[in-house]
Write a protein that binds this ligand. Structure first.
Ligand code: GDP
Ligand code: MN
Length: 381
């Protein structure tokens, strides 16, 4: 779950990380009153979950209410890399002496946390990594032993931050680590981390991804689970509690288990098709779940064929087959269904489907043939 900048900053602030005062605004009038409250000059910042807002014109300095009105009017509704701006963060402008980069994320292959710190922040960190990797100081942290202040001091020295920034950076980096670990984030990034002429160190931007697997122990995340950045299909799927990711193709996919769903996306692509989505219906693919899944896929006008790929484990194929037949009665499908059933009670499941087979409901014995059939049907429109 990715947070918007203003949410990331509120999250940082809760962990004691210094940020600038600010307020959210959804309208031009609200932006002006937020700026009046915060005090001029302010920065008007587009809230979209995509980087490079500054370069795209989504971040503007404003010295007066008129300037706020002008910039807020331009930025609200702006399209930044496919994300429409619906909300602004109005922040007290900072004087910047230096811009640094700091982040913590997980290095899966090292089985450790990885901190990255650079004196060359503000710009694209990917560009720094590509052109001058030595400018990024890396720090691996063993999750069992944690991060000591001495390790942070050594890290800051290796990154060659300015002398005036050292104490502030050591403090913020320790808090950033605590916020990343205790807050169950999978990414906590500050770019830029600034040094002001008054030698303060502050987070000027925030990019935070939370690990949704930890949702159960964070009731306070409820405020973040606004689904604003989801597309219409993903919003509908989330409401039905389905694991769904929208894609751009024409073959709708339903599978049980994330691994099988990914394989299904792969095989459809491999035989020359384009998946319209990833959808893991999970265990217990009963009629109600099937109705929900088919409804979401059926509502996507791009879908021209639907491929249901089920491997019965604990879930029995005869149950799934009954679910599919029942769902077929309850949802008026615009596209033909191709079903592959295998695993526990496959014979019984296939018998149920065979009895209901038509040119709108095809059964195929294996994944490859089923994928080819679905792709051919989708191509026909
Ligand atoms: P991003 O482009 O999406 O990464 O948005 P940021 O919040 O990182 O802002 C981009 C750039 O705008 C920063 O690197 C700064 O150079 C500049 N900027 C943002 N806020 C301020 C501010 O309060 N004062 C000044 N002087 N520059 C700012
Ligand atoms: Mn940034």
């Amino acid at each position: 779950m990715d947070l918007f900048e203003y949410q990331g900053k509120q999250y940082f602030a809760r962990h004691g990380i210094a940020i600038s005062p600010g307020a959210v605004a959804d309208t031009v009038a609200a932006a002006v009153s937020a700026a009046d409250q915060v005090g001029y000059p302010v920065v008007v910042k587009a809230q979209v979950q995509v980087g490079g807002r500054g370069k795209a014109g989504g971040i503007k300095l404003a010295h007066t209410a008129d300037e706020v009105r002008f910039h807020a009017g331009n930025i609200l509704g702006m399209d930044i890399k496919g994300h429409v701006v619906r909300r602004l963060w109005i922040e007290k402008a900072s004087d910047i002496k230096k811009e640094y980069y700091a982040s913590f994320t997980l290095d899966r292959s090292a089985r450790q946390h990885l901190g990255m710190l650079s004196a060359q922040g503000g710009v694209d960190i990917e560009e720094v990594a590509a052109t001058n990797p030595a400018a990024i100081a890396l720090l691996h942290v063993d999750p069992h032993t944690g991060l000591s202040e001495a390790a942070v001091r050594d890290w800051v020295a290796r990154a060659a931050l300015d002398a005036e920034a050292v104490e502030g950076a050591v403090d913020i980096l320790q808090k950033l680590y605590a916020c990343y670990v205790n807050g169950d984030a999978s990414l906590a990034e500050i770019n830029p981390l600034i040094l002001t002429p008054a030698h303060e160190v502050r987070a000027l931007d925030a990019k935070v991804s939370l690990d949704e697997a930890a949702l159960f122990r964070h009731p306070e995340w409820a405020e973040f689970t606004g689904l604003e950045s989801l597309d219409e299909r993903e919003r509908e799927a989330a409401e039905k509690d389905l694991q769904y990711v929208g894609l751009a193709g024409s073959v709708g996919i339903i599978a049980n288990g994330a691994g099988l769903a990914m394989s299904t996306v792969d095989i459809v692509t491999q035989v020359g098709g384009a998946p319209a989505n990833f959808l893991d219906i999970g265990g217990g693919a009963n009629a109600d779940r099937m109705v929900d899944a088919l409804t979401v896929i059926n509502d996507d006008p791009a879908v021209k064929a639907i491929f249901i790929n089920i491997f019965g484990g604990i879930t029995r194929c005869d149950e799934v087959a009954r679910g599919i037949v029942e769902a077929g009665r309850r949802v008026t499908l615009r596209a033909p269904l191709v079903v592959r059933l295998d695993g526990t009670n496959a014979v019984e499941g296939r018998a149920i489907l065979t009895a209901n087979e038509s040119d709108r409901l095809l059964m195929k014995p294996d994944m490859l043939t089923a994928a080819q059939t679905a792709v051919a049907l989708a191509a026909r429109g």
